[in-house]
Design a protein around this ligand. Structure first.
Ligand code: GUN
Length: 282
């Protein structure tokens, strides 16, 4: 039976560290990290995430500002708000919750955010830094996964790492981060041939697909480290990961549960990125 990596515990440790450092920053330099979160529309899942972000800010002693805009908001109005936040000295991090309504260009909106306040790490400048190995801001979920692996003492150099899923938010950045730690990285996606053979080579398997319980025991090597990024809502209302937990846990050496695995790490790393932005703003 695998060791379960407790994301709630690691995320709490990180929030405690961030709160401590933020306290010092306030005492020594009178800087309070500030995060602006912009939500367009009424997507229920997004509303839950935005609420959690505000709560985490309060816990670590940051200022948080929420902009809740109607779904019909036009791009120009949203860009104006971003430009204002770019100039606002009390705001160190800007996050625009995705997905945006279809009539707004996600690309234009992300490009409008000052790269020095891009705590999501989605701006092309920050994506470029990740590719060249000189990252300024790393997207929160991949950064959270790397933190989990590091704090669990999992060595990556020379290991076979397989990433299933090629999103800009998780798949692509986690592949680059694993590569930067000298893993041998393979990326899989919906067109990959014979997926079980490829995933079966993985010492470290990252499942970021968005299909409940897709990774079965026959796709996993004995002793593998399995990181489940899936957050799938089942018809019965329960959350399910991309990994068939029970059968895979019987084979893996380490595994992350859903919920309580990668999920809580994302917001903890958002706090860390916002702190980093405030520290760099001095
Ligand atoms: N939607 C789903 N994940 C994310 C994220 O990490 N950042 C933002 N801005 N939106 C998201």
């Amino acid at each position: 039976m695998a060791n379960i990596i407790d994301g709630n515990k690691i995320a709490q440790d990180i929030r405690n560290e961030v709160r401590q450092r933020a306290l010092e920053l306030k005492e020594q330099q009178e800087i309070i990290p500030g995060l602006a979160v912009v939500l367009v529309g009424e997507d229920p899942a997004s509303q839950v995430y935005v609420g959690r972000k505000a709560k985490a800010c309060a816990e670590v002693g940051f200022i948080s500002r929420e902009y809740k805009l109607p779904a019909a908001t036009d791009e120009e109005k949203l860009l104006k708000i971003i430009h204002k936040l770019n100039k606002d000295k009390s705001i160190h991090g800007i996050l625009v919750q995705l997905p945006l309504p279809k009539h707004i260009s996600t690309e234009n909106v992300i490009a409008a955010i000052d790269p020095n306040k891009d705590v999501d790490g989605f701006h092309p400048y920050n994506v470029g830094g990740l590719v060249t190995g000189t990252p300024q801001f790393v997207p929160c979920t991949p950064r959270g996964i790397m933190e989990m692996l590091a704090r669990t003492g999992i060595e990556l150099a020379g290991k076979e790492a397989v990433v299933v899923g090629r999103s800009n938010i998780v798949g692509k950045p986690i592949a680059l981060l694993l590569l930067a730690q000298n893993a041998t990285v393979t990326m899989c996606h919906s067109k990959t041939k014979d997926l079980p053979t490829v995933t079966g080579r993985a010492d470290v398997l990252i499942a970021a697909i968005g299909k409940p319980h897709m990774i079965k025991a026959n796709m996993v090597k004995e002793g593998a480290v399995v990181i489940d990024v899936g957050v799938n809502r089942l018809e019965n209302g329960k959350l399910a990961g991309d990994v068939a937990f029970d059968e895979v846990a019987a084979k893996a050496s380490y595994i992350t549960p859903v919920p309580g695995g990668v999920g809580p790490m994302t917001i903890a790393m958002l706090m860390q990125n916002t702190l980093d932005a405030a520290l760099a703003s001095e």
